[in-house]
Design a protein around this ligand. Sequence first.
Ligand code: CMC
Length: 371
Amino acid sequence: MTASGLEGVVATTSSISSIIDDTLTYVGYNIDDLTVHASFEEVIYLLWHLELPTKEQLQELKQQLADHMELPPEIIESMKKYPLDKVHPMTVLRTAVSSLGAFDDEADVMNEEANYRKAIRLQAKMPAIVAAFARIRKGLEPVAPRKDLGFAANFMYMIKGEEPADIEVEAMNKALILHADHELNASTFTARVCVATLSDIYSGITAAIGALKGPLHGGANEQVMKMLTEIGSVDKVESYVKDKLEKKEKIMGFGHRVYRKGDPRAKHLKEMSKKLTELTGEPEWYNISVKVEETFTSEKPLPPNVDFYSASVYHSLGFDHDIFTPIFAVSRTSGWLAHIFEQYANNRLIRPRAEYTGPSMRSYIPMDERK
Ligand code: CMC
């Protein structure tokens, strides 16, 4: 028996995150608590070490991340050569991460210490890549990271060139925490399959970015904003949603393979969306979203997932809509790396079987006898 889309298949054991009864935990800590109390750096430490850091350990990690954010100039130069008006930032991110491997002398050194050092370098450089490209395509120079800013603040600072307000940093920090890990989602599985061949970390993360890019996974947040923009006002929601459903089209940001009652991350993003859209004086984005939720869920019992309210949150934080998914990638890199460590630590090649459904044994037909 094959399971379509591997639904319900338990493909590995993991001590990193769990989804039990619609509750998501990172190493046993409920994300509801982490979102309220932790910093993103604390969560990175938790995912990589399976324990919360002490004050000193957290300080050391923050320092290491701040020290390694700067990009090799060659990466910045190569970004300038892309077709800037056309290329999607996820394509740029995927390509830049792959290129980073070429500039890392330890890229193919496969021991635990070297892998940890690479993880720091890669995690630190992810926001710098996204920010640099967001500026380059607008004809602006990339902004160098600041060592006195935390991860979330630095990320926003590098994108905008100005220090973000506290409330923006708080929202960004929460969004990064909520997206950090998610059990065996498609991109994490991709990363694990890749490194289970004993390929390197850069290959694993490049593969994972490719999987995250699709609209059924991380790419959904950009599609949600596209939909909200197309709808434009609350009074147009009902006809828009009903029309989509009649055409059997999906409404992005709803449904989930694992959650049935609801995605526990969505409520935090919904709350942030309300607060931020009021602050920016654009409450319509929240109001349209709520109306879409009400209309859609009255037709189909599929609650919003993490991508639905993150769209209006990122919009309110002033980000271009096509960097929503790259922001997701910056956060999820922490989880991908944790899973890569776990895979290396107890590795076996991941190589399932396929049930063959093609034609049975056939005789070769010479070229001039084929019709
Ligand atoms: N809009 C309308 N109908 C839907 C939706 C939706 N968003 N999601 C599922 N359905 C319907 C689907 O049409 C199908 O109906 P039927 O049985 O009548 O053919 C049924 O629900 C099962 O859907 P499925 O696509 O087979 O479910 P799945 O478990 O394979 O897919 C999913 C899960 C998340 C890919 C899917 O719900 C979906 O495409 N959602 C929209 C895209 C999205 O928001 N993705 C982000 C996922 S969460 C964060 C992340 O992973 O990045």
